[in-house]
Design a protein around this ligand. Structure first.
Ligand SMILES: Nc1ncnc2c1ncn2[C@@H]1O[C@H](COP(=O)(O)OP(=O)(O)OP(=O)(O)O)[C@@H](O)[C@H]1O
Ligand SMILES: [Mg+2]
Length: 431
């Protein structure tokens, strides 16, 4: 079976030359050629625009264009079609110049014969195809290289994050151990100094020293408590609880501070709040840290809003703590959850509150995010906690088969049975 004809566009004003070339090509079979002819560059360009041409034979000297400009305009019209320059001048330099500018080949009029013409055109097409393939492959290789760069960067970041976490965990455990050791002698110092103080009359100048010691001991006590809380490895004691009740209990502890500081508390709970599987004590600690920060951000009063809702699409409880306080400068956002980051060191901040909350929420399989504004009508900060209603589920399904159940009672006094999977999963999240 013969191949379909190769469509040739000859752009040439010399009718004699055109006839000669047409005659030569008509003799060629397999492949056969179909030649169309344009006498002006403009007509040639219009024909090219319609498509279907496989190869162009181009005279550089035409009524409406001369020299390399002719070549450039054809190339601009059909970059992917091979161009063979037909020169009547037997001028090698001119033709070589055309090759340097992207023509595939050149032929000298009067020195052409059928077989040669056919061969030159086929080779030109082959070369063009090969060049196109190289271009495509080069573009592909560049894309792959970029993708590889991106993956390497991501891997590097993930590795750094892992190292950072390991470091944080290791320092946390060490800090907790040291803090634990400090707490006993600290309570003895505290008791002793209070005893000493009770022996001094209120006007005794030595009281100044004992009072300073009491203050510093209290500060040390607060820091060590925080450190133990941050670094201690605790297994989650998961129970199913009414979210509204959890929030209510935590909030009630803040009421006195709020009243004293002129902070109004607003609750906005959606009517369909779910039961959540949580470690109550830990959730309490996480929420208290966030609420305390909110209160501390409003020394001159303001509004503390606690919102709670259920997101059925993700089966998550969503808790928002909004304040109308001083806000957080954008430059601090990145460091907020890092341990020991605090802008309140002077007033006794340890910078562990958010780190502890973050870890607790993460252990529950949830997330904490923050939005803040330091000026204008929206001034204030909003922390959003998302908690999977069913608690942390990190174990693969296969290991759930052997799960033992443990229970708790819900509001109606019904026993709620939870698979221990979540319990184990949470424990493994600590490691
Ligand atoms: N609601 C908020 N409004 C403004 N700034 C906040 C808020 N919450 C957190 N921050 C900023 O984040 C920092 C870190 O908070 P974090 O609770 O971890 O530590 P801290 O409050 O400084 O000390 P502590 O360990 O006593 O809680 C704070 O020092 C404060 O700059
Ligand atoms: Mg805090």
């Amino acid at each position: 079976m013969s191949n379909p004809p190769i469509k040739v566009l000859l752009i040439e004003d010399d009718a004699e030359c055109a006839d000669a070339l047409r005659e030569m090509l008509s003799q060629e079979k397999n492949p056969s050629f179909e030649m169309e002819c344009a006498k002006k560059l403009q007509t040639g360009l219009e024909r090219l625009a319609k498509g279907g041409i496989h190869v162009v034979l181009l005279d550089l000297v035409l009524p409406d264009s001369q020299g390399l400009d002719t070549l450039a305009r054809v190339q601009a019209q059909a970059a992917e079609i091979p161009i063979i320059v037909v020169t009547g001048m037997a001028d090698e330099t001119h033709a070589l110049e055309a090759l340097r500018h992207g023509a595939q080949e050149y032929l000298v009029k009067g020195e052409v014969h059928g077989k040669m013409l056919s061969r030159v055109m086929r080779y030109a097409m082959e070369r063009m195809c090969a060049e196109e393939r190289v271009k495509v492959e080069k573009a592909q290789a560049e894309r792959l290289a970029k993708e590889l760069d991106r993956v390497v960067k991501e891997l590097k970041e993930a590795q750094e994050e892992m190292l950072r976490r390991e470091k944080v965990l290791a320092t946390g455990e060490l800090a907790a151990a040291v803090a634990h050791e400090i707490r006993n002698p600290l309570s003895i110092i505290s008791m002793s100094v209070q005893y000493l103080q009770s022996k001094f009359l209120s006007k005794d100048p030595r009281r100044e020293f004992t009072e300073a010691i009491v203050r510093k001991v209290q500060r040390l006590d607060a820091v060590t408590k925080r450190l133990v809380s941050y670094g201690r490895h605790r297994e989650l004691k998961l129970v199913r609880r009414n979210l509204k009740r959890c929030l209510g209990r935590t909030l009630s502890l803040m009421k006195v501070h709020c009243k004293a500081q002129g902070i109004a508390i607003v609750r906005r709970y959606s009517s369909k709040l779910p039961l959540v599987v949580v470690d109550e004590e830990m959730l309490d600690e996480a929420l208290t840290n966030l609420l305390t920060n909110a209160v501390e951000a409003m020394p001159k009063g303001g509004k503390l809003m606690l919102e709670a809702a259920y997101d059925p699409a993700r089966d998550e409880a969503v808790i928002k703590i909004n304040d109308t306080g001083i806000g957080i400068l954008p430059k601090y956002r990145e460091d907020l959850f890092k341990p020991f980051f605090s802008t309140k060191k002077e007033s006794g901040g340890t910078g562990l509150g958010l780190a502890i909350s973050h870890r607790i929420i993460a252990d529950h399989g949830g997330s904490v995010t923050v939005e803040s504004c330091i000026s204008g009508a929206n001034r204030g900060t909003s922390f959003t906690i998302r908690l999977p209603v069913k608690g942390p589920h990190l174990l693969p399904p296969s290991s759930r088969a052997s799960a033992v159940s443990f229970g708790d009672y819900d509001k109606q006094g019904k026993k709620v049975v939870e698979s221990e999977t979540a319990h184990h999963a949470a424990a493994s999240a600590h490691h």
